[in-house]
Unconditional design. Structure first.
Length: 225
């Protein structure tokens, strides 16, 4: 079984959502001075590769700690949308994956935008789903939707309409993924466990994929009971 890391590293000065303070890391204990090493970290709950809870946008909705842990792991599919000229992703861009989506619990959108991580261009003109496409995806009973961009909503959209479509269905959103191209045409189990903090509106995650999935045959096909 191979494990593929889909997570950007966190560090001072890393890219953050415009208007958010970057994280700070302070070494407060060292082996030389204290006998052990320890850092103090100060960061927002939506820093780096992270997950949005329904409560991030919708008042009174579920927080991450109120969702069962199995909500954060399951079979996934990567949809290849790596087309730089395409700004709006519509149903027609997803339709050919319908049968695979039906068998998946997580849909990850590979646009290749993670190649711009660390550059100003990362925050501008990235591809985004149309409302029609988001509503269409919402019918499959997914646990989560993941993207290799800063947001599922287009840049400058303060209404967060795409967030609301998914989060109203308790479909968590994982943003700032990377390395999704390594999972094209591959069966895998996706894991995106958040920190278990009280009333969590979001959390950094260590997103990984396991391929071939556990309990699969040598060809990577899922075994059925």
């Amino acid at each position: 079984m191979k494990t593929i890391d889909l997570t950007h590293p966190m560090s001072p000065g890393m890219p953050v959502y415009p208007g958010t303070e970057p994280p700070t890391f302070e070494t407060v204990c060292t082996i030389e001075n204290s006998g052990f090493a320890e850092k103090k970290m100060n960061l927002y709950s939506h820093t780096g590769t992270h997950m949005d809870a329904p409560a991030h946008i919708i008042g009174g909705a579920k927080t991450l700690d109120s969702l069962p842990v199995e909500h954060f792991i399951g079979p996934g599919i990567v949809i290849n949308l790596n087309s730089p000229a395409k700004r709006v992703l519509d149903i027609e861009d997803l339709k050919s994956y319908e049968k695979s989506i039906e068998k998946s619990e997580f849909v990850l959108l590979h646009t290749g935008w993670d190649r711009l991580w660390g550059k100003d261009a990362y925050f501008k003109d990235y591809p985004a789903l149309s409302s029609r496409a988001a509503e269409w995806m919402g019918q499959f009973g997914l646990k989560g939707i993941g993207v290799d961009m800063i947001s599922v909503d287009e840049a400058g959209n303060s209404d967060f309409s795409i967030h609301k479509i998914f989060l109203n269905l308790n479909i968590v959103i994982i943003e700032n993924l990377t390395n999704l191209g390594e999972l094209l045409h591959t069966d895998f189990i996706f894991s995106c466990l958040p920190l278990k903090t009280e009333e969590a509106d979001g959390s950094p995650v260590r997103a990984v994929a396991f391929t071939p999935p556990p309990f699969s045959d040598s060809g990577g096909q899922k075994l059925r009971g």
